[in-house]
Design a protein around this ligand. Structure first.
Ligand SMILES: *Cc1c(COP(=O)(O)O)cnc(C)c1O
Length: 413
């Protein structure tokens, strides 16, 4: 069970709304910092441990800077994400560039920033080597294929476009060494929003086994293994958060059993979590502007799927709080919807909530990752602002809402 708490009460959010009209995403700085500190501490047994925050989860340099101050790097997969990292003061090997079908200019920028390049396909070894030269430190993304079953969101690895096969890995590291690469890493990502802790233990086991196989076959000692992201969060109150200390403890036991005796210590462990780090600490704050009663009962919000795609895209559950009515009975069944001309523009379907009145503030939970960032401009809908709530209750706007001028700015008319 997870208690769905808010970092503000009705009076506090009303005071914020006076200055910043709804809708907006608001991020809880203190909670993000506390959470990332706890995460990093759980893995402190591994000397080189580093969390490379997945920029796509919340691509705002104010958030990236906050995470940098806690010791995080970034995981980037596009040129603008590299630029955002640079803006936040994250450069060099504090960037993991995990891209696929990568356009050359993106490799150029990654190399210029000194990022760790994580290669997604064996043909990219010579693509980089011939065009811009390989950096000193390179890693490969491994696709375990039939050896692992993926989870619901990311799918079966055999059907996934990412990574190299196991055979290609051995050829690939040899190619890297022949082309002058001196330092090597290994990466895999086989889960998304996974809440089963054993999944991550198994990922570590398969990476440690490969580190041993690569050493045995090629004499190459890996510098790091990157188990990537995909750590789930309890979107639903009846779900339970992952026990990171448990996962880390199991991985340490595997490290002591598989890596140390093989003479492969020190081997750095990296993660690329997005959702786990910021997901639970962002909220989409909206206002109920209409109610409609036809075959079902609808509450219309001033936000729409342009602000949060997950419910429409994956049927994802996002918890909803009606501000000031936290203790009232949930005796009304609503579809809570946005204004987009798409019938899947629904934040909740058949959700039991307290009676909602026009003007009520409706807060949608767990929008701190893959929330704002997935937003789009379909139907010419404009994306909202992003706010940062500080520990002392003060608020900074860290991105303003889009305007019509922003929307028209790319037109040549
Ligand atoms: C999306 C992504 C992540 C982050 O995923 P989360 O589910 O937010 O942890 C990490 N690494 C890569 C390569 C990704 O594509």
């Amino acid at each position: 069970m997870t208690e769905k708490k808010l970092p503000f009460n009705k009076d506090q959010i009303e005071a914020i709304i006076k200055k910043y009209p709804t809708p907006f995403h608001i991020y809880d700085e203190a909670a993000i910092v506390k959470n990332v500190q706890k995460f990093i501490k759980a893995f402190s047994w591994n000397e080189g441990f580093k969390e490379y925050y997945a920029v796509k989860a919340c691509p705002n340099p104010s958030i990236l800077k906050l995470l940098r101050e806690q010791g995080c790097g970034t995981d980037c997969s596009s040129l603008p994400e590299l630029v955002l990292s640079d803006m936040a003061g994250i450069t060099g090997e504090n960037i993991m560039f995990s891209s696929n079908e990568t356009p050359l200019p993106e490799y150029v920028k990654a190399k210029e920033l000194g990022a760790i390049i994580n290669i997604d396909d064996i043909t990219h070894v010579d693509f980089i080597h011939k065009n811009i030269g390989l950096p000193e430190l390179v890693s490969f993304r491994y696709n375990p294929g039939p050896e692992r079953t993926g989870n619901a969101i990311i799918g079966n690895p055999v059907e996934a476009k990412y990574g190299l096969t196991k055979e290609q890995l051995f050829t690939g590291y040899k190619m890297l060494a022949e082309r002058g690469v001196k330092r090597f890493g290994l990466h895999t990502m086989v889960a998304s929003n996974e809440l089963n802790p054993e999944f991550f233990v198994e990922t570590a086991r398969s990476l440690f086994q490969l580190a041993r196989d690569i050493h045995n076959k090629l004499g190459i000692k890996l510098e790091f293994v990157n188990m990537s992201g995909g750590f789930g969060i309890p979107y639903k109150p009846e779900q339970t958060a992952l026990d990171i200390d448990y996962i880390s403890g199991k991985i340490k036991a595997l490290y002591d059993e598989m890596i140390v005796p093989a003479g492969l210590h020190p081997l750095k462990l990296f993660t690329e979590c997005g959702r786990l780090i910021t997901g639970p600490y962002g909220y989409l704050v909206t206002t109920a502007i209409h109610e409609k009663h036809i075959y079902k009962d609808y509450i219309g919000l001033d936000a729409c799927m342009a602000n949060l795609m997950r419910p429409a895209l994956y049927g994802a559950y996002h918890h909803i709080t009606v501000m000031g009515k936290e203790n009232e009975p949930c005796d009304h069944k609503y579809d809570v919807v946005g204004s987009l001309c798409e019938n899947n523009d629904k934040f909740a379907i058949d959700r039991m909530l307290p009676k909602i009145d026009i003007g009520d503030r409706i807060v949608i939970h767990d929008t701190g990752a893959h929330g704002y960032s997935m937003g789009f401009n379909y139907n010419a809908k404009l994306r909202s602002a992003e706010l940062l709530l500080h520990a002392d209750g003060s608020v900074d706007m860290i991105r303003r809402a889009e305007t019509i001028d922003d929307y028209l700015a790319t037109l040549k008319f």
